[in-house]
Ligand binder design. Structure first.
Ligand code: AMP
Ligand code: GLY
Length: 422
């Protein structure tokens, strides 16, 4: 079988590695992929957002199955277009991808179907938003409606901060068109949990939980990033909480999407906050998280390709999805300066890291001499698996410490709060 993967980060690297465990998978094409993915798939430099070029590529390469792993091609209807060619896909169509692509859509969905989330208002007129902010209670959360590389959320401590921010978002083009409309929502408190799930639009099967670390610096300081590290499972996500989430959030969301005529097929990402009033939805994503996928997929005992085909044919059942009783830790290694300005092109020395951990590539390329160099803000995700969380953390740091390049930056405290039960 020939598979096509749309995307080119650590998440796609982890998906391809898991898919290749199935002996039916012969050739994997990645668009655009990256240098690490190039060691296990054939990469072609077609941007994941160039849907016409992806469709042309699929037509000329006898693709049996496609996995669209990244948010923007999903929102742009990549799955719809590949399905028109008769190519089965893992991933939602454009209508279902709205659950991530528009925060206004997802908030209204939750309100309509009684799914627990932060109270909110939506605005398309900046002055009306400013008026609302004058009498709001603080801190408050401002969210750009559209996709913004995980950076479209700003927490403001007082009116003056919020006024500056809302004007930059709605009028100043801080997040491009994505910020023209906004959600203003109640600030919630509590630990965060990510639960990825497989769903065929009727059945939803949660994967092991995880905990992302979004801030750039130790102690959850610094700017929000795409994610600096993950541990799985998340020890705060107890079986009792899991049961409650299934009943109050996961099943109602799948049913809501079906009732709206937007059945969701693929991986639905639940970003949850465990508040003192129970678990609430912070965000939905229409795809695997990055770097959550790098920590969660290595724990999957079942065959990923079989699960993906069952999702596509709407024959998913819980017994198809089994996870190991072990823990993983993914430490992201980034370029100095990320998520703001950073330089690329530095040679990477992997040391002996790959003897004790798996190193997923996020932003790397090969230079003219065929050597790996840095090529992005997030560069590598170092993942180790062990019997306990504590051992997984020390094993992944043991490997991550051996990797060097100019400007290397990583957090040193991934998993520490989870270990302490905070
Ligand atoms: P999002 O992109 O929606 O996941 O938001 C990014 C981060 O902002 C989340 O992981 C939370 O840490 C934080 N956040 C988002 N919404 C809220 C909220 N209503 N209350 C408190 N923190 C929030
Ligand atoms: N790690 C957060 C995300 O993938 O959106």
């Amino acid at each position: 079988m020939n598979l096509l993967i749309v995307g080119g980060g650590g998440r796609e690297h982890a998906i391809i590695r898991a898919l290749k465990k199935n002996p039916e998978v012969e050739l994997v094409y990645a668009l655009p992929g990256n240098a690490g993915i190039g060691q296990m798939a054939e990469c072609h430099p077609i941007p994941a957002t160039d849907i016409d070029a992806i469709v042309d590529f699929a037509k000329s390469h006898k693709i049996d199955f496609a996995v669209v792993a990244q948010d923007d091609p999903l929102a742009l209807g990549c799955v719809d277009r590949l399905n028109e060619l008769g190519i089965p896909c893992f991933g939602p169509d454009a209508k279902a991808a709205q659950i991530e692509a528009s925060k206004i859509f997802s908030k209204n969905l939750m309100k309509k179907y009684g799914i627990p989330t932060a109270a909110y208002e939506t605005f398309s007129d900046c002055e009306k938003a400013v008026d609302y902010l004058k009498t709001a209670s603080y801190p408050i959360v401002l969210k750009a409606d559209g996709l913004a590389l995980g950076k479209g959320v700003v927490i403001c401590q007082n009116f003056s901060e919020a006024e500056t921010e809302i004007r930059e978002m709605m009028l100043g083009g801080k997040f491009g068109k994505s910020g023209a409309n906004v959600v203003i929502e109640e600030f919630l408190e509590g630990p965060e949990v990510t639960v990825l799930s497989f769903t065929d639009g009727k059945t939803v099967v949660p994967m092991v939980s995880s905990m992302d670390h979004k801030r750039a610096l130790d102690g959850d300081k610094g700017l929000n990033t795409g994610g600096m590290g993950v541990i799985a499972p998340n020890p705060l996500y107890t079986p009792e909480i899991a049961e409650r989430c299934m009943k109050e959030i996961f099943v109602p969301t799948i049913e809501a999407m079906r009732k709206e005529g937007r059945p969701f097929k693929g991986c639905l990402y639940f970003g949850l906050m465990l508040t003192k009033n129970g678990p609430k939805v912070i965000e939905y994503n229409c795809r695997f998280g990055d770097p959550e996928a790098q920590a969660v997929l290595p724990l999957l005992k079942s065959d990923l390709f079989n699960i993906m085909r069952a999702v596509e044919t709407e024959t998913l059942s819980p017994s198809m999805v089994e996870f190991e009783k072990a823990s993983t830790c993914c430490v992201m290694i980034a370029s100095g300066g990320y998520p703001e300005k950073y330089q690329k092109g530095f040679a990477i020395d992997f040391g002996a890291s790959e003897e004790t951990a798996f190193v997923y590539h996020s932003g790397t390329k090969l230079n003219d001499e065929g050597k790996f160099v840095t090529n992005g803000g997030r560069v590598l995700g170092v993942v180790a698996k062990a019997d306990t969380l504590e051992n997984a953390i020390s094993k992944s740091y043991f490997a991550a410490n051996q990797i060097t390049f100019e400007g290397k930056h990583m957090r040193t405290d991934i998993g520490q709060r989870a270990l302490k039960g905070e």
